[in-house]
Design a protein around this ligand. Structure first.
Ligand SMILES: [Zn+2]
Length: 744
C-alpha cells in the first residue's frame, strides 16, 4: 500500500497568474460557481482539503486493489425547463443523449479510436451506467424525463432547479434555453461533491438545450464533462477557468500531464501535441516508509482530447480520472455513495425496464416567429380575422392520436385529429380548450380554461369613462393573464384603494428567499374592454393612479436597484396588433421606497397620478388597452386604481383646483411641444409668453376662454426653436405665474 508523495518534475512550473479577464466566456462555469460558494462558505476550503486527502488515500487503496471492475449503476432524471420553444427538447433526443452518456462512461464511444497514440495506454473507463429513473421520489412510475413551462428557462441560473429530486438518489440534469448574466457564453455547469454538501438543493448539472445532440461532436460530451465535475473531476489545468494562460495548476490526477488547457477554438495539432507545460513530466511514488517505490514517466504532451478540456475534440477520460471519479462516487460526501446502492436502485427503478406510460397531453398556443412573449394570441376579439393556432405538444409516449374540443362557437369544434388546429370563436369570453392525446398505453386529457380570451367588441364607454374597481364584477370583462400560473400576477384586491377599499394590483412581492421566488423574466397582462374613443377630437388621456414599493429583503447586503416595470399598449384591431403608448421603469413606478414586508398602501397620499396621451391615430371606435407587468428580483406589490379618460392628465385638474394661482406644464422636459393647464379668471383672458435663458422673448400669445374654468393650451415645438431652458409666464387677471421649461 502506498503512502503517496508526489513530486512533479516538469520543465517549468510557473505559478498561475491571472492573465485572462474573468469576463471572457468559457463553456463551463463550474469553477466560477465553486468560487462563489467558497466566498459564501469559507469553511468549504477546509472541508475540501480533508476530502481531497481522504480521496488520495482511498484512490491509492483502490488502484492497488486486485481488481476494481465494479460497474456502478447511477439513476438520473432529466428536467426540461421550457417555454414551448426549441428548448423543449423531444423525448427522442433526450433518450438518445442519455444512452450516449452511458456509452462514454463505459468507454464504449467509438471516437476513442481517434485518441492519439501517446494516450492510448491511458484511456480510462469510469465504469458507470447512467439510467433514467422509472420511479419518481414518490414511487410513481416515470420515464425519467419531466417538463415544466417556466420563464426561468430564459436567463437561467440555479433558480431554474426548482424541482430537484433528492440528489443522493438521482443525479439531476436540467436543460434550459439560455443562461443569465452570471453565465454569459456558458454551455453548462455543475457542482463538485464538496460544494454540494453546502448547498445540496443546487446539486446537479444544468445545461443549455442546444448542447445535447449526440450527432454534434462539439456538444455531445457536454453532459459527460459536467458529470465529471459531479464526480469531482477538475479541468486538467486546475480550477482557474483560465485555460491557455499559465502552467502550474493541478487537477489532482497524475496521468493527466500538466497543461495550460485549451480554449474551444477547435482541435488543432498545436493543442493535440502541446508540450508547453509537460516536458519531462514524471511522478515519484514513495511507500509508507518513505522509501522510493517507483518513478512513473507520464507523457510529456498535454491530454487535449480529454473530456475535461475545452478543445471540443474530447474523446477520453484517463485511468486516473476514472479512479478519482469512482472514489468520489463511493464516498459519502454529498451522498454520492447512496446512488448505486441496491436499495436506491430499487427505489428509483433505475434497473427496471422503461415502463410504457400514457402520454402527457399538452398543447402550444399560437407560436409565431416573433418574440416569445408576443407570439401568444391569447386575446382577440371574436370577429378578428386573425386566428388562434393550437399545436399538439404531448409527450411521454409516442402519440397515436389526438382529439381537440373548443367552446365559444369555434370554427373547428371538436375531435379533429390534426396536430395543428386553426380556430376562430364567435362567442366572447374565456374559451375552454381540451386536448386528449392517445398512445398504445392509454390516453391523457388537458383542459385549459384560461388559455384564450375572446373579447367582445361592445364598448363600455369612452371620453368621461371612469373605472374605480369597486367590485370584482366590475372587471368581469377585464381579463387577467397569469402566463406561468404562479404567485406573480394581476388580481382584484380588497384592502386598499382610492375612495373605496378596492383596486387591482400586481402581486410582485417575493416571499421566498430562493429557488421558486425569482420573478425575473416573468410577465403578465391585463386587458381592458373596448372603448369608443373615435369621437374625441382634442387632447385625450388614459389616466390612472398607482402606488408601489420595492423590497430588498432577499438581496444580500440590500440593494437600491429595482427591476419592476410596466408597459401600456393599445390595439385598434381587436388585439391583432399592439402599439406601446406608455412605459414605467422601476424608478418611476416604485414611489414608496423599500419595504421589508409586503407593501399595502395605507393612505391616499401614497398614490401618484399617471397619464398617457392617446395619439389621435389610436382613437378608434373599438380601442383596447393592455397593461403588461414585468416583475423583478426586488419587486413589491403595485396597486392601480381609478382609471379614466379625460382631456387633462390625471392629477393636474385636481392640483389647479386646490391651488388656483398655479399652472402646470407637461410634458416637461419636452421634445415635441407641450401643454399648459391653468385656471382662467373673471375676464377669461389669458396671455402667455416664452423667454429663453437670456431673457429674449421667443413666443407670445393671448386668448380668451370661458371665465373661471380650467383650461388647457398646447404650444407646438416650433415656438421654442433651440433645445435648452426656457421660462413660461402665464398672466391671468394681471397676475403673472412663471415656470421653467426644458426643451430637448
Ligand atoms: Zn467544466
Amino acid at each position: 500500500m502506498f503512502s503517496r508523495f508526489i513530486f512533479i518534475v516538469a520543465a517549468i512550473l510557473c505559478i498561475a497568474g491571472i492573465g485572462r479577464a474573468q469576463s471572457e466566456a468559457q463553456p463551463c462555469s463550474s469553477d466560477e460557481h465553486y468560487r462563489k460558494l467558497l466566498a459564501k462558505y469559507p469553511q468549504l476550503a477546509g472541508y475540501e482539503k480533508a476530502f481531497e486527502e481522504q480521496l488520495g488515500k482511498r484512490m491509492a487503496e483502490r488502484t492497488t486493489a486486485a481488481a476494481d471492475t465494479t460497474i456502478y449503476d447511477v439513476p438520473i432524471v432529466i428536467h426540461v425547463i421550457h417555454d414551448y420553444g426549441d428548448e423543449n427538447l423531444s423525448d427522442t433526443v433526450l433518450y438518445d443523449a442519455a444512452q450516449y452518456w452511458t456509452v462514454v462512461y463505459m468507454k464504449e464511444n467509438a471516437d476513442t479510436a481517434d485518441v492519439i497514440p501517446t494516450f492510448v495506454p491511458y484511456v480510462g473507463k469510469p465504469g458507470m451506467r447512467l439510467h433514467l429513473a422509472t420511479k419518481d421520489p414518490n414511487g410513481n412510475p416515470t420515464k425519467g424525463i419531466v417538463r415544466f413551462q417556466s420563464y426561468l428557462t430564459a436567463a437561467a441560473d440555479d433558480e431554474a432547479k426548482f424541482n430537484q429530486w433528492p440528489p443522493n438518489k438521482y443525479v439531476n440534469i436540467w436543460f434550459i434555453g439560455t443562461f443569465g448574466a452570471e453565465d454569459v457564453g456558458v454551455a453548462a455547469y455543475a457542482y463538485f461533491p464538496s460544494s454540494a454538501v453546502f448547498e445540496p438543493y443546487y446539486d446537479g448539472i444544468i445545461c443549455l438545450s442546444s448542447y445535447v445532440s449526440v450527432s454534434d461532436v462539439s456538444v455531445a460530451k457536454t453532459v459527460p464533462h459536467e458529470m465529471g465535475h459531479v464526480m469531482n473531476l477538475y479541468h486538467p489545468w486546475g480550477n482557474t477557468n483560465n485555460p491557455g494562460v499559465a502552467c502550474g495548476g493541478t487537477d489532482h490526477v497524475d496521468d493527466t500531464p500538466p497543461t495550460k488547457g485549451h480554449n474551444p477554438s477547435g482541435c488543432t495539432p498545436a493543442a493535440l501535441y502541446d508540450t508547453a507545460c509537460a516536458t519531462g513530466y514524471m511522478v515519484t511514488y514513495m511507500d509508507s516508509h518513505g522509501v522510493l517505490d517507483s518513478i512513473v514517466n507520464y507523457p510529456d504532451t498535454a491530454n487535449s482530447q480529454n473530456i475535461m478540456d475545452y478543445t471540443y475534440c474530447s474523446k477520453m477520460f484517463t485511468k486516473g480520472q476514472a479512479a478519482r471519479m469512482r472514489t468520489a462516487l463511493t464516498s459519502a460526501t454529498a451522498g454520492r455513495n447512496n446512488l448505486y446502492t441496491t436499495a436506491n436502485l430499487a427505489a428509483t427503478g433505475a434497473l427496471a425496464p422503461m415502463p410504457d406510460l400514457p402520454p402527457v397531453a399538452d398543447f402550444i398556443m399560437n407560436r409565431g416567429t416573433g418574440p416569445t412573449s408576443d407570439a401568444r394570441a391569447y386575446f382577440l376579439t371574436f370577429n378578428n380575422s386573425s386566428s388562434f393556432v393550437f399545436r399538439n405538444a404531448s409527450w411521454n409516449d409516442t402519440v397515436s392520436g389526438v382529439s381537440w374540443s373548443f367552446s365559444n362557437g369555434a370554427t373547428t369544434p371538436t375531435s379533429t385529429s390534426m396536430s395543428t388546429v386553426t380556430n376562430q370563436f364567435s362567442v366572447p369570453g374565456w374559451v375552454t380548450v381540451s386536448l386528449t392525446a392517445t398512445s398504445n398505453a392509454g390516453s391523457n386529457t388537458i383542459v385549459n380554461t384560461q388559455a384564450v380570451y375572446v373579447a367582445d367588441t361592445t364598448t363600455v364607454g369612452g371620453m368621461g369613462y371612469t373605472q374605480n374597481f369597486s367590485n370584482a364584477s366590475d372587471i368581469s370583462n377585464w381579463p387577467m393573464m397569469n402566463f406561468y400560473n404562479n404567485q406573480f400576477k394581476w388580481q382584484f384586491y380588497t384592502g386598499a384603494g382610492i375612495g373605496d377599499n378596492s383596486c387591482i394590483r400586481y402581486r410582485s412581492y417575493d416571499s421566498s428567499d430562493r429557488i421558486t421566488g425569482n420573478a425575473v423574466g416573468d410577465h403578465d397582462d391585463f386587458y381592458t374592454p373596448a372603448f369608443n374613443l373615435s369621437t374625441s377630437t382634442d387632447n385625450l388621456y388614459l389616466n390612472f393612479f398607482t402606488t408601489a414599493a420595492y423590497t430588498n429583503h432577499n438581496i444580500a447586503g440590500g440593494t437600491t436597484t429595482v427591476d419592476d416595470s410596466m408597459e401600456v399598449d393599445v390595439s385598434i384591431n381587436g388585439g391583432g396588433t399592439w402599439y406601446r403608448i406608455g412605459g414605467y421603469g422601476s424608478t418611476r413606478l416604485d414611489n414608496n421606497g423599500n419595504y421589508g414586508t409586503e407593501f399595502v398602501p395605507n393612505s391616499a397620499t401614497t398614490w401618484v397620478p399617471r397619464a398617457i396621451n392617446i395619439p389621435s391615430s389610436f382613437r378608434n371606435a373599438q380601442t383596447f388597452f393592455r397593461f403588461r407587468y414585468h416583475p423583478g428580483n426586488t419587486g413589491n406589490d403595485m396597486y392601480l386604481d381609478n382609471l379614466y379618460f379625460d382631456g387633462f392628465p390625471a392629477g393636474i385638474k385636481e392640483a389647479i383646483t386646490a391651488s388656483p394661482n398655479s399652472f402646470n406644464i407637461f410634458p416637461n422636459p419636452s421634445s415635441n411641444g407641450f401643454s399648459m393647464v391653468f385656471k382662467t379668471g373673471n375676464t377669461g383672458a389669458v396671455s402667455y409668453s416664452i423667454k429663453d435663458i437670456t431673457g429674449k422673448l421667443v413666443y407670445q400669445n393671448t386668448k380668451v376662454f370661458t371665465a373661471n374654468s380650467i383650461q388647457q393650451e398646447s404650444v407646438s415645438r416650433s415656438a421654442t426653436q433651440a433645445a435648452g431652458m426656457y421660462f413660461v409666464t402665464i398672466t391671468v387677471d394681471g397676475v403673472n405665474m412663471t415656470q421653467k421649461l426644458v426643451v430637448y
